[in-house]
Design a protein around this ligand. Structure first.
Ligand SMILES: Cc1cc2nc3c(=O)[nH]c(=O)nc-3n(C[C@H](O)[C@H](O)[C@H](O)COP(=O)(O)O)c2cc1C
Length: 155
């Protein structure tokens, strides 16, 4: 098996995204021999695309979207291939502009429990580019796959 070099870059004002980012890197290292590096965005100076097979980005939601620094980083690194989020409020066929301003529509496939490893699939599909962005919604995924439910803290 080919080893992958994974880079995780995050931004975190209050430390929540940092905790999740550190847990993800720990999980990657525990589960595989892949090399995994973690940096806070402000530590990164980008002169050329980083020499990694996968770049993960951890970001808090600021006024309904990513921070300016993270947007700039994504534009410099290249295309966004996937989004992992807790919840997704977009409905099937709803149109949005992606991070680089390209028009996309959300496609949600129906649940198919007959296929092993299946889960409800969300895709941000572009009409003009073959490049789709897969959206992993953890709330649905954990409920579907592991029957796990979480309540917000303090409720
Ligand atoms: C300037 C600012 C704007 C925010 N806007 C939103 C928002 O629009 N929607 C939301 O759900 N949370 C919003 N939040 C809450 C953050 O997403 C939340 O506190 C997150 O856990 C912060 O991550 P961090 O601890 O890594 O900084 C905002 C926080 C800040 C500081």
């Amino acid at each position: 098996m080919t080893l992958a070099k994974v880079l995780l870059v995050y931004e975190s004002k209050y430390g929540n995204t940092k905790l999740v980012a550190e847990a993800i890197i720990e999980g990657i290292k525990e589960a595989s021999d892949n090399q995994a590096a973690i940096y806070e965005l402000k530590e990164i100076v980008l002169k050329q695309p980083p020499d990694f097979d996968a770049v993960l980005i951890g970001l808090p939601n600021h006024t309904g979207g990513p921070t300016g620094g993270i947007k700039k980083f994504i534009n410099e690194v290249g295309k966004l291939w996937g989004i992992i989020c807790w919840d997704c409020k977009l409905a099937n066929d709803e149109e949005v502009l992606d991070i680089v301003g390209e028009k996309r529509s959300m496609k949600i496939t129906s649940k198919d429990y007959s296929a092993p490893g299946s889960y409800k699939r969300y895709m941000l599909v572009s009409n003009t580019s073959p490049h789709n962005i897969e959206v992993f919604v953890l709330k649905d995924y954990l409920k579907d796959k592991l029957n796990l439910d979480f309540r917000p803290r303090g409720v």
